[in-house]
Design a binder for this molecule. Structure first.
Ligand code: PLP
Length: 376
């Protein structure tokens, strides 16, 4: 299937077949394909100014940073491009903070991460992945990371010590199969990191910006991390835009010349990013994700025992373990594609559903009926 055009939740291939997009660019298309307000913001900027490099300021960047501060409650932004760059930048910030503020001995800083994480594809990041497919063949890796089981506060407590700069986790593990931690885990991570003088770095690159029915997935436990990593939907499905958002006393450890990016925060990105923030400001998308998430949840519950072994759902985001006898996740996805539904496998027989938040209830019901037909 080769995609030629798309609008809203629908994509069309080169042969004119239409598909409902239930992957939404791994949540980069939370607002659907070519959302009119985002495309208009991009067009306006294309006609004025697209790139300055960060050697010079541009007149869009301050508004972008202000918008993110208002949205997140954290007052400083470092704009980057891809998610992996935001994670890499977050790691650099955490290490610098550990040396400059926490007083960790030079070269000794550690970062605690969770098993089954997915934070991107750079050599440092895959070095602390526990997925052999992501990791094997790419070493040697960057030292300084400790891996503990996800959703296990006791293991986290045992791994954090005086060298620990940060705990880096996904509030919901997307690529692992939409793994939702127990209630209290995120609050527990917040309490532990605060008590031990460690940064809480939340990778909200896939879980953030409306997907789970709240602006951020950490909002489900009313927790504010020290550092938020945003990406994907921040670029509105138009340009790669990511950001490290943090308190000034944390992000401020970076001094001029110590970090940079030719494209990060360029005028085009800094025009689309605030347009995304404007969409989220109304709360409409978060509400839709929460309400339609209940429809998705109920629809999946009805399929348990009918091709579905188990599922996890938060907002408009679900990981579905299909009956292994029905084939691999990949094979199930190909059958769904044949019926006009685009979804993506994660591991084994698990598929993930993450439609644009603009999907209507009728479209969602149709997707569920296709799923029932293929799995039943
Ligand atoms: C939680 C998380 N972090 C980071 C990334 C990496 O983002 P990118 O592909 O833009 O580098 C992803 C991508 O799937 C992700 O899901």
């Amino acid at each position: 299937m080769v995609v030629a055009r798309a609008e809203g939740v629908w994509v069309e291939d080169v042969e004119g077949h239409r598909y409902l997009d239930m992957l939404a660019g791994y949540s980069a298309l939370n607002f659907g394909h070519r959302h009119p307000e985002l495309v208009a913001a991009a067009h306006r900027q294309l006609d004025r100014l697209t790139l300055t490099s960060r050697a010079f300021r541009n007149d869009r960047l301050a508004g972008f940073a202000e918008g993110l501060a208002e949205l997140t409650g954290l007052d400083m932004t470092l704009p980057m491009n891809t998610g992996a760059e935001a994670v890499e930048s977050g790691i650099k910030v955490a290490r610098k903070w550990a040396y400059d503020v926490k007083g960790v001995a030079p070269g000794e800083a550690t970062i605690v991460v969770a098993a089954d994480n997915f934070h991107g594809r750079t050599t440092t990041i895959v070095g602390f992945s526990t997925d052999p497919v992501a990791r094997e063949g790419f070493g040697p890796f960057t030292p300084g990371f400790r891996v503990v089981p996800y959703n296990d506060l006791a293991a986290l407590e045992a791994a954090v010590d005086d060298t620990t700069a940060a705990v880096l986790i996904e509030p919901v593990q997307g690529e692992a199969g939409v793994i939702i931690p127990d209630d209290g885990y995120l609050a527990g991570v917040r309490e532990l990191t605060r008590r031990t003088g460690t940064l809480f770095v939340a990778d909200e690159i896939q879980s953030g910006l409306g997907r789970t029915g709240t602006t951020l997935a950490v909002d489900h436990e009313s927790v504010l991390p020290d550092v938020l990593l945003l990406g994907k939907a921040l670029g509105g499905g138009i340009v790669p835009v990511s950001a490290v958002v943090a308190r000034r006393d944390v992000l401020g450890v970076l001094r001029p010349g110590e970090h940079g990016s030719t494209f990060g925060g360029d005028p085009l990105a800094a025009a689309v990013g605030p347009a995304v923030v404007d969409l989220l400001r109304t709360g409409e998308f978060q509400r839709r994700a929460a309400e339609l998430g209940r429809v998705l949840d109920a629809g999946l519950a009805a399929l348990v025992g009918r091709g579905v072994v188990a599922y996890r759902c938060r907002g408009l985001w679900a990981g579905v373990d299909v009956e292994p006898a029905l084939g691999t996740g990949r094979e199930v996805c190909e059958r769904l594609m044949g019926e006009g539904l685009l979804v993506k496998d994660t591991h084994g027989s698990t598929i993930r559903l993450a439609p644009p938040l603009t999907i209507t209830e009728d479209e969602l019901e149709w997707a569920l009926s296709v799923l029932a037909g293929v799995l039943g």
